[in-house]
Design a protein around this ligand. Structure first.
Ligand code: SF4
Ligand code: SF4
Length: 123
């Protein structure tokens, strides 16, 4: 059983600078958007942190930067069915999410169910 609820979370893991993509992930994005592999690679990926393909990012009021496919108003993934393998696997169904534990602790401590705990990643 998972010990976290992504529906109650502002999407911290989507703000990770290192969301590595495989060629299969890029093919899935290309299919989803009806564009060529080369176009998907150019539009949706970047290089960095020693990886050839990472998810491109955009600005976010809570975490500074976040995945370009994250809806920053609704706080959810807009390509859920076509999301990369790294997003599908994280953090695993039988484990805890460190950020979620931290968030719930802060919300209880502050008696505020909407509080967003900020921890910026270095990029
Ligand atoms: S940080 Fe944890 S709880 Fe929040 S969306 Fe990611 S996996 Fe879900
Ligand atoms: S593809 Fe979706 S789940 Fe993955 S980081 Fe981007 S918004 Fe989050």
């Amino acid at each position: 059983m998972a010990h976290y609820n992504c529906l109650k979370c502002p999407g911290y893991c989507c703000s990770y600078p290192v969301i590595a993509l495989t060629k299969r992930d890029i093919e899935r994005l290309a299919r989803h958007f009806g564009v060529s592999y080369q176009t998907a690679k150019r539009r949706y990926t970047r290089e960095g942190h020693g990886y050839k393909y990472l998810m491109r990012r955009k600005g976010d009021k809570h975490f500074g930067r976040i995945c370009q496919f994250f809806d920053t108003k609704e706080r959810r993934c807009t390509i859920y069915k076509a999301r990369p393998a790294a997003c599908r696997d994280y953090p695993g169904v039988n484990t805890r999410c460190g950020y979620y534990d931290f968030l719930m602790h802060e919300r209880r401590a502050q008696n505020d169910a909407t509080f967003v705990a900020i921890t910026n990643h270095k990029d």
